[in-house]
Design a protein around this ligand. Structure first.
Ligand SMILES: Nc1nc2c(ncn2[C@@H]2O[C@H](COP(=O)(O)OP(=O)(O)OP(=O)(O)O)[C@@H](O)[C@H]2O)c(=O)[nH]1
Ligand SMILES: [Mg+2]
Ligand SMILES: [Zn+2]
Length: 360
């Protein structure tokens, strides 16, 4: 039997739902547990050849069992910070991460080659951190929201640097106006304990949060405020207001009231990894209004009686259409893409042919 130390595991985000899953996983390995020491652990850092896991009392460096690595790779999947699983071994022999609990939630993006890249697992809330300085960009925020919505993770928008912006309240109103009413939005000074007070409802024991946003947005600053610890933070370049990628890896931290928080490096690009249906969930306002358009197949571009154009922010609608195009393109398999390209070539050839004939 694998020992469940609930009091300790609670500190690293154990919930009743996760405990159930872990019991099922542990049962599969009950035989293995008789001749080796197995324990429950949560991944707090992932490195190229190893990872760091926490069992609620201490952290351990571990290697991943090659068989598990192969299984994950075959599914285009990989371990991420926040994953739960089983660790075998001891301090003398070294530790191995041998089994992963299927994550309850999982955030991933597409990397530049179009491959899926894991960001984090078992997340309850994503704090979407955006500075009120030059970082402010509503289209990027909507992109993050789509990613988070698709993974069924609850979003909270945190606008930082409210202390140095001349009109934070009107910016806050602008953001609230633009997004779904169900998305909470706050404007804070990330260095002040008031930020922690505002976010307290999402920070109860057993909750896991991730901070997402561009470099210099103030993620590590906010992490420090929420965890009362000291991550490195970096100045923003005065020339263009950009951060300097101070944080270089995702890592999980424990908060005084029992929540876990994952600080992340600012992402340079965020290619979405989702289908149309998932995307439309985070633009539910547009979908709902589309039912009121005069034409059933309204494209919300120039048709008369368009309820969407009448009521939705123009830039929000444009962004949705752009993200839809991107999603459709990404969903094409390589074969689809080749087919689309050769169709295009045939079309171009016939156009050229027609030109040639016309010119005689
Ligand atoms: N005045 C003020 N400064 C802030 C606030 N939040 C962050 N900063 C400053 O902005 C700079 C960047 O903050 P970081 O917390 O390092 O940003 P980050 O998002 O972790 O950046 P990366 O690690 O590069 O992704 C630091 O100089 C912070 O002190 C805020 O709410 N108010
Ligand atoms: Mg940082
Ligand atoms: Zn319409």
């Amino acid at each position: 039997m694998i020992n469940f130390d609930f009091a300790s595991l609670r500190l690293i985000g154990l919930t009743p739902a996760i405990a159930n899953q872990l019991h099922a996983l542990a049962a599969d390995y009950a035989d293995a547990a008789t001749d080796t020491t197995l324990q429950i652990a949560r991944i707090t850092e992932v490195h190229r050849d190893s990872l760091v896991a926490h069992n609620g009392m201490n952290t351990m460096q571990a290697r991943v069992l090659p068989r598990l690595l192969h299984e994950l790779a075959a599914d285009e999947d990989s371990l991420a910070v926040g994953d739960w699983g089983l660790l075998s071994g001891n301090a003398a022999s070294g530790y191995h991460f041998i089994a992963r609990m299927p994550p309850l939630t999982h955030l991933a993006r597409r990397n530049n080659e179009g491959r899926q890249q894991a960001l984090a697992s078992n997340i309850d809330t994503a704090l979407l951190v955006m500075g009120l300085d030059n970082d402010f960009n509503l289209r990027r925020l909507e992109r993050y929201l789509a990613l988070v919505h698709a993974a069924e993770v609850a979003p909270v928008v945190v606008l930082t640097k409210a202390d140095v912006h001349e009109d934070a309240p009107s910016r806050l109103a602008e953001v609230e106006q633009r997004l779904l009413a169900s998305v909470p939005v706050f404007a804070v000074n990330g260095q002040s304990s008031m930020a922690a007070d505002l976010l307290a409802p999402w920070m109860a024991a057993g909750q896991t949060l991730i901070l997402l946003g561009s470099s210099g947005a103030g993620k590590s600053t906010l992490t420090n405020t929420l965890t009362s610890s000291a991550q490195d933070t970096g100045a923003v370049r005065a020339s263009d207001g950009r951060g300097q990628h101070t944080t270089t890896a995702r890592s999980l931290h424990l908060c005084p009231d029992g929540a876990c928080i994952i600080d992340t490096p600012g992402l340079r690009t965020l290619q979405l990894n989702l289908d149309e249906e998932a995307l439309s969930a985070s633009f539910a306002d547009i979908d709902a209004l589309a039912a009121e358009c005069q034409f059933r197949d309204c494209s919300h571009q120039s048709e008369p009686g368009c309820a969407v154009r009448a009521q939705v922010d123009e830039d929000r609608l444009k962004n949705y259409q752009k993200l839809l195009r991107e999603t459709r393109r990404n969903q094409q398999t390589p074969l689809d893409r080749i087919a689309a390209r050769s169709k295009w070539k045939v079309l171009m050839r016939s156009v050229k042919e027609r030109d040639r004939v016309k010119r005689g």
